[in-house]
Design a protein around this ligand. Sequence first.
Ligand code: GLN
Length: 203
Amino acid sequence: MPSSLTGPTIGVFALQGDVREHLRILTDLGATAFGVRRPEELARCDGLIIPGGESTTMYKLARTFELFEPLQQRIEQGMPTFGTCAGMIMLADRVEGGTADQETLGGLDVTVRRNAFGRQVDSFEGELAFDGFEEPVHAVFIRAPWVEELGEGVDVLARVEGGPADGRVVGVRQGSLMATSFHPEVDSDTRIHRYFLDLVAQA
Ligand code: GLN
């Protein structure tokens, strides 16, 4: 159960991906944070982060460890969930450029394109405006997806600014689900995690 005295309890999907930096930021912001590998751990969470990593491995491990269906259920029931990069792919209802048998948890009414920025720009960084922030965020993209199509009820939080991908959607929110193509956990800026904790507090 959420506790206003101790801050929310936030899990980070930990079968694969960049777990540690998310845990550090969440803890710094006053949340109780731990890695989620088992349904019992998921059951304790007020909210969940699905980190960057490799979406084609994540869904298989989630199946193997019997976490896939519990995750889908919690997301359907409205648990606030934030997906970054591979985590964005995991939350998307539809994927372009996935493997033939690739499954996602879904929940976000978007189509994402995997590895959308192409090999030439495998990894890059840039400044971009983020919903409601006064100062831009420094966004790090690593073999990132972008959002190709948005369903009704999905709000854009961020777009690429400049370069060949100018205007591409790289941050979205739908109800208590949010996702970014980039990695907000890699530097000391905690504003996007705080934005997510606000969603958890409102849920
Ligand atoms: N390309 C990866 C995937 O398809 C995502 C990369 C990342 O999370 N940094 O899952």
